[in-house]
Design a binder for this molecule. Sequence first.
Ligand SMILES: C[S@@+](CC[C@H](N)C(=O)[O-])C[C@H]1O[C@@H](n2cnc3c(N)ncnc32)[C@H](O)[C@@H]1O
Length: 211
Amino acid sequence: MGFYSKVIIPYFYDFSMDSEQINKGRQNLLSKVTEENVVEIGFGTGINLKFYPENVKHIIGIDANEGMLKQAEKKISNSKIRVQIIHQSSEKLPFEENSIDAVVSTYTLCSIKHVESALREIFRVLKPEGRYYFLEHGLADKPFTQQLQHILNPIQNIWADGCNLNRNISSIIAESGLRIIEMKNYYMKRDPKIVGYMYEGIAKKGIAKND
Ligand SMILES: C[S@@+](CC[C@H](N)C(=O)[O-])C[C@H]1O[C@@H](n2cnc3c(N)ncnc32)[C@H](O)[C@@H]1O
């Protein structure tokens, strides 16, 4: 991993992704987390920490970029939540099957190279009643914007360190076997449409019973 990915990108993301607009979505999603123990994939620089409700006591944060985790250190030490960091790809999760209460990802499915593997892993490790909370940008709902997303994707991939503009997040989640129990799609107000189409929701592993 080069200097750009390890130093510049963490600094840039920490600054640009802690904005009022983005944090509205974080706040909205994370306020719904009812579990005590959470695994957050693509933990990044720890921006989500300040938005978890009080019932969340322990987070295992997983990220493939050690520069991101370094940038997260101060937020972790200032947080009331006990945070354990694992530096590795979430394409393979270091947990037993059916062992995890809740998984969270925000702005991460766009960047995971083998995103289908990561989703299959989330499905595998979640307990039958476990929940997956997601806030992700992806393929827009308008054909013209979609076309632009496909055209500009290679450029985005380079400058934004592997981020993809054109992933259909709800389809990828559904293909893993997870069942989306609530979701809203919307455009972020001030962002260009190609990066601002959001998928915010909750998916479950188990069959419909206590949704
Ligand atoms: C755009 S950042 C978002 C960070 C954080 N989730 C947030 O909302 O601020 C994407 C994150 O996904 C991480 N990432 C990319 N591929 C990954 C993988 N295979 N496994 C785990 N983390 C990954 C990156 O290192 C980065 O921290």
